[in-house]
Design a protein around this ligand. Structure first.
Ligand code: CA
Length: 234
């Protein structure tokens, strides 16, 4: 069974920190509380939390924004930002920090717990669904978490670029992509000026996926534009 969720609180104001710590513990959470970003990083490494409650304004050293970015760069841990004013929150939303939620001060501890539970529920759900993240189009079956592709039940070996291209095309069959968009989506945006690179990957993919590469069903050419995924009209 899953133990109580562990929450890391990063808040320099003693009163707020203690209030949150006490209240969260009374609600069955494991709590680590720290006043500074540098300590928070140590706590994060020592006892990885299930969620981080992060004050935007931390006085010394690293502020909440930088800490949020740093955590997000190395982890998918859910993060709820605490902010002092609602106009700060508008700014935050524009920054696309990757925080999962924002709470404006003053808040009640009950509200914080409700938001924590909501974020944990949401992230738990997306984890379970991604475990079984399978894309099926006609005879093609793509397991997105195991990077495995089967056609008619037979495993097909694809390069990472081919895999990403196939996923991009078949995730939304019928949607038209330019070569440049595919280059962005599948090849990391390292556009080398040679649209033929995408064409080369596409032709390899067709050879591996299509029963008749000359008359593709899954990877269709849109003349003058690019490619689209087929819906297997067989
Ligand atoms: Ca503060």
């Amino acid at each position: 069974m899953k133990q109580s969720p562990r929450i890391l609180i990063v808040e320099d104001e003693v009163k707020i920190r203690q209030l949150l710590e006490t209240y969260l513990q009374s609600q069955g959470f494991e709590v680590t509380a720290t006043p500074s970003a540098s300590e928070a990083l140590l706590c994060f490494a020592a006892l990885p939390p299930d969620l981080v409650l992060l004050d935007l304004m931390l006085p010394e050293g690293m502020d909440g924004l930088s800490l949020c970015r740093k955590l997000r760069a190395e982890s998918d841990v859910p993060i709820i930002m605490l902010t002092a004013r609602s106009d700060e929150m508008d700014k935050l939303l524009g920054l696309e920090l990757g925080a999962d939620d924002y709470i404006t001060k003053p808040f009640s501890p009950q509200e914080v717990v409700a938001r924590i539970r909501a974020v944990l529920r949401r992230t738990a759900r997306s984890e379970t669904s991604s475990e079984a993240d399978v894309l099926c189009v006609g005879r093609v079956r793509i397991n997105l978490t195991e990077y495995e592709v089967k056609v008619d039940g037979e495993p097909v070996t694809l390069t990472p670029s081919e895999f990403k291209l196939l996923v991009a095309l078949l995730r939304q069959p019928g949607r038209v992509y330019t070569r440049l968009q595919l280059q962005d989506a599948a090849l990391g945006g390292a556009y080398d000026g040679y649209e033929r690179t995408v064409d080369a990957h596409i032709s390899n993919l067709r050879r591996k996926i299509e029963s008749d590469p000359a008359h593709p069903q899954y990877i269709l050419t849109v003349f003058g534009i690019g490619y689209k995924g087929g819906k297997d009209s067989e």
